[in-house]
Design a protein around this ligand. Structure first.
Ligand code: NAP
Length: 314
């Protein structure tokens, strides 16, 4: 007999929302998380753009509220990394962890993506204290201040432009002398008086006391290093989707994100992918939560279509 109706992999905004919907649909639901409840929001100081919290809410606290909501409806949680996922000939899924393997009739993978890191001294230490990977989330904390944005792609320029709504200056630090970002974003960036550029330059170290106070930059052409006073460091050097469970199972785009239908279904019946792990435009908590709800509703429809139908009398 199958252990669970629905197994969810990843307890970020998408997974927690999927768990609320799945458990509330009276499906026997288990949610696996390898690290902390909340995923990326767990390390976000204040979430100010999630509806319903006009004064903002600490990301960890919001994740705990979502967790309690899912638990209240009967979802089970297992703090175990899922090591493998396999669709059995019966149509059930084998979900392997270091604990005994379980089976589930439907699986929703919401394992998210991890921001690529620079790997320089100070980066980890000052994350949440001046180092950020999300302009939309954190720009308001740098109102009137001076920040750098690392990277030259669409994310760096798009988010950099957003940050100029708050910061006094945004200096793009890019390792080459041309941007990778799309032409329209480049035009806007070059026309924006608050945007500045440091070409052929990399960050060597992030330094400060309680918060970020300065960065050490190195010019790759001249080899010169320089320490620059700064209030914030936004890093946008790409994301790596946590797709190891999906490789060879579902179709991935060039960036490694799962290609799903509007209902979050993949090419594998009963397997759904939601949140940052899927191909999409917006990578926000609210859109992840929306994805999670959609995936759980679709999983419920899938299960209902495959439920053994009780005999009707009369
Ligand atoms: P991306 O396009 O891969 O750009 C990453 C940038 O970071 C590149 O400029 C790269 O430099 C730089 N970089 C990478 N590793 C680095 C390192 N170790 N040190 C310093 N710099 C480093 O990533 P993205 O900007 O996050 O975009 C990802 C995808 O989402 C893209 O397809 C993009 O078009 C899309 N997106 C679209 C929008 C939009 O249309 N508004 C907004 C955001 C994202 P090089 O250029 O030298 O390689």
């Amino acid at each position: 007999m199958t252990d669970y109706d629905i197994a969810i992999v990843g307890a970020g905004g998408a997974g927690l929302t999927a768990a609320i919907y799945a458990a509330r649909a009276r499906r026997k639901t288990i949610l696996f998380e390898a690290s902390v409840t909340g995923g990326q929001i767990a390390t976000t100081d204040i979430v100010e753009n999630y509806p319903g919290f006009p004064d903002g809410i600490n990301g960890f606290d919001l994740a705990q509220l979502m967790f309690r909501q899912a638990e209240k409806f009967g979802a089970e949680f297992a703090y175990e990394p899922v090591t493998a996922l396999e669709r059995l000939p019966s149509g059930e899924f084998r979900v392997a962890t270091s604990e005994p393997t379980i089976t589930a009739r439907a699986v929703i993978v919401t394992a998210g993506a991890s921001y690529n890191k620079l790997g320089v001294p100070g980066e980890a230490e000052f994350t949440g204290r001046g180092v950020s990977y999300c302009g939309t989330c954190d720009a308001a904390f740098f109102t009137g201040q001076h920040v750098i944005v690392v990277g030259g792609g669409d994310s760096a320029i798009d988010e950099g432009l957003f940050i100029t709504r708050y910061a006094a200056s945004v200096t793009v630090v890019h390792r080459r002398d041309t941007l990778r970002a799309s032409a329209i974003l480049q035009e806007r960036a070059f026309a924006n008086p608050a945007m500045r550029f440091r070409w052929n330059t990399v960050v060597e170290a992030i330094e400060g006391g309680e918060k970020v106070e300065r960065v050490r930059l190195k010019n790759l052409i001249t080899g010169e290093t320089e320490t620059v006073p700064i209030d914030g460091v936004f890093i946008f050097i790409g994301q790596t989707p946590n797709n190891h469970l999906l490789q060879g199972l579902v179709e991935l785009d060039a960036g490694g994100h799962a290609i799903v239908d509007l209902d979050m279904s993949t090419s594998v019946p009963g397997l759904f992918v939601a949140g940052d792990l899927r191909t999409k435009a917006a990578r926000q908590l609210i859109s992840a939560a929306g994805d999670g709800a959609t995936a759980a509703i679709s999983a419920e429809h899938y299960l209902a279509a495959h439920d053994a139908r009780p005999e009707r009398h009369g």
